[in-house]
Design a protein around this ligand. Sequence first.
Ligand code: ADP
Ligand code: MG
Length: 363
Amino acid sequence: MLRASLNVPIENGVVTNRFRIVRALPTINYLRQHGAKVIVIAHIGRDPGETLQPVHQVLKESCGAHFVSSVTGATVQEAVSKLVDGDVLLLENLRQDDREKAAGDDFAKELSRLADLYVNDAFAASHRSHSSIIGVPKYLPSYFGFNFIHEYEELSKAMKPNHPALFILGGAKFETKLPLVEQYVDTYDTIVVGGALANDIYKAKGHEVGRSLVSDVDMTGHAFLSDPKVQVPVDVVVKGPNGVRTITPDQVNAEESILDAGSKTVEQLAPLVAEAKMILWNGPLGNFEAGFGTVTKELAKLIAESPGYSIVGGGDTIAAIESLGVEEKFNFMSTAGGAMLTFLETGTLPAIDAVAQTSAKAA
Ligand code: ADP
Ligand code: MG
């Protein structure tokens, strides 16, 4: 039983980005080549009704996978019983069953009865204490897959960077990211806080942020406001009733929204990125999907050109990099968003404890 991370973007029933599927294939193929019957379990999307069928289309092409449109029950048991050595069977979206998130033992037991061994290769889902992550390994001898181990090793490098070390954190929801910045401010030489996160800092500095996206965190009086290690974009692109303009962060009016950084911010970033020995980046610097992806793309180009060791992650961040076709210039692209942040913050994940406990029992 292979827990994979196949949560890819889908439009009109078609997978639009195969990044996570491609990264799942080495472990699937290794298991097949060694004669396993591989039962792949995974989730997709936020709506529990979503289906893995589009993912199956890709897996059918790449490894001849079969599909069963249930998670448990007689149809699944029958599909499993028909497998021959080297076959791959994808089960339907685990989250179609409420018990996956509830993480009760009965669901984990039911899944575990289908298999003899469990492999977790779903690093990107491993910050979740769900049945397929922490429950199934209680009942089967358990291992990690190649993608999981690769993620672990690469992200561990980011925790002990060479200097100067640069951490760029964008995106939204500062309440989920602030603890990480507070922790890494000692380890990294410069932390650039961008995207919607910067709005919270502008606001705390007393600037008008108009209709910009802000978080549930009040940064008023925070040490970061006067810490030279923590930088925010020096110019912003705003949109309001009178159109789009690029200004300094103290010039925003009440009708406007900050949607991107500006070209002076690219100049601000360029020497930092060029000189850094380690560049860690998560989260876009602007509202990418709404057409405000300029500085995010400029940053991707700067990092691609820099000799520093680059580690990047986050669904939206990876999409920006792929749209430029500069993927191969990055030293490591994580398949994870939230799990990357949890791992960087805590040095572990619920999945790691779960698998370690069964290994300990087996030993
Ligand atoms: P990732 O998926 O790379 O981990 P996040 O999910 O944390 O990144 O954040 C990405 C989201 O942040 C995107 O939806 C992006 O549009 C949004 N975002 C970034 N900057 C802004 C901004 N200034 N205003 C509104 N949304 C923003
Ligand atoms: Mg995201």
